[in-house]
Design a protein. Structure first.
Length: 316
């Protein structure tokens, strides 16, 4: 196996030690190191079916061909109805709940592996907004073929296998984007403001969490505050401040539901030095206090959607 996930600081039972959110990283041993790995749930290892909430620093695609239970991404639960195809982005929180007989493949890769097809990053962001696809008929057949080819190329490691892996992954991502409910895979070239807005959205989605201010974001992206505000407003219909607040609320919800961190600790993780101010902010944005939201479970067993912070265009 050329790749696996590593969970630093886990306890004897495989679950994370301490109260923080565990972060899985992709580890690829030399000499054939690639920022990519594929295998079955068994060969990747027990972390591939972790029953506790965790994040990744990499992309994960799961092809489920058997089993029962639920896959939870952020605050949304999806019942397993194999075959399924799931997409988890870096920084998203996910876990497997009450799963038995889980079968299929796991595909792990970083942004660096998308070297030949950088536009696939945006397609993957669009796919992760729903995260879970039910496959049937022709879609189930071509998905199974592509995953089997990816697995075969990876295991044999024949000459040029890296470029073949990148090509097959590109086909899988683009075809998944064509399935009902997906956005078009191809997008017209962006203007400079559009590129800045896309970089801003990507910055908000990093595992480190949302930056504390619009000014911090502008400095990180090398533009003025006014330019960033105009670019983001034109591309998304919302201001950078609105998107930062939404990202911070989203992260706070993740931490409240998926960790045992105190409200004070959650406040600090999402950039609030004053827990009382964080509580007022959270209530204003969600209509509930952090404590009430946690005790109510965030309605996690309902198939609802959080508003996306991904780029979209305002109605004409």
């Amino acid at each position: 196996m050329r790749g696996t996930t590593v969970l630093p600081g886990k306890g004897n039972n495989g679950e994370p030690a301490g109260e923080g959110m565990p972060m899985h990283r992709l580890e690829v041993p030399m000499p054939n190191a690639l920022p990519f790995a594929i295998g079955t749930f068994d060969t990747i290892g027990p972390m591939s079916r972790a029953p506790f909430p965790h994040r990744h620093t990499f992309h994960e695609i799961v092809h489920v061909t058997g089993g029962t239970g639920r896959h939870v991404v952020d605050l949304t639960g999806f019942a397993l109805r194999p075959p399924n195809l799931g997409f988890i982005a870096p920084g998203q929180v996910h876990q497997w709940q009450d799963v038995t007989g889980l079968e299929g493949h796991v595909i792990l890769f970083t942004d660096d592996f998308l070297l030949d097809h950088p536009a696939d990053r945006e397609i993957l962001r669009a796919l992760t907004r729903r995260s879970w696809l039910d496959l049937s008929g022709e879609a189930a057949e071509w998905t199974a073929r592509l995953v089997a080819e990816l697995d075969g190329e990876y295991r044999t490691g024949a000459e040029g296998f890296q470029s073949v892996l990148r090509a097959l992954l590109h086909v899988l991502v683009v075809r998944a984007a064509r399935l009902p409910g997906r956005r078009p895979a191809a997008a017209p070239p962006r203007s400079r403001p559009g590129s800045v807005a896309a970089e801003f959205v990507t910055l908000l989605a990093t595992p480190e969490g949302a930056p504390p201010s619009v000014r911090t974001c502008a400095e990180h992206l090398g533009v003025s505050v006014s330019y960033l505000s105009e670019a983001v407003k034109a591309s998304t219909g919302r201001t950078p401040g609105e998107l930062i607040r939404q990202a911070r609320v989203h992260e706070a919800k993740r931490l409240l539901l998926r960790t045992e961190l105190s409200v004070r600790q959650v406040a600090g993780r999402v950039g609030f030095g004053d827990p009382a101010y964080f509580c007022r902010f959270f209530r204003r944005e969600t209509g509930a206090s952090p404590g009430d939201f946690r005790r109510g479970g965030g309605d996690i067993h309902h198939d609802h959607r959080l508003p996306s912070i991904a780029r979209h265009r305002s109605p004409a």
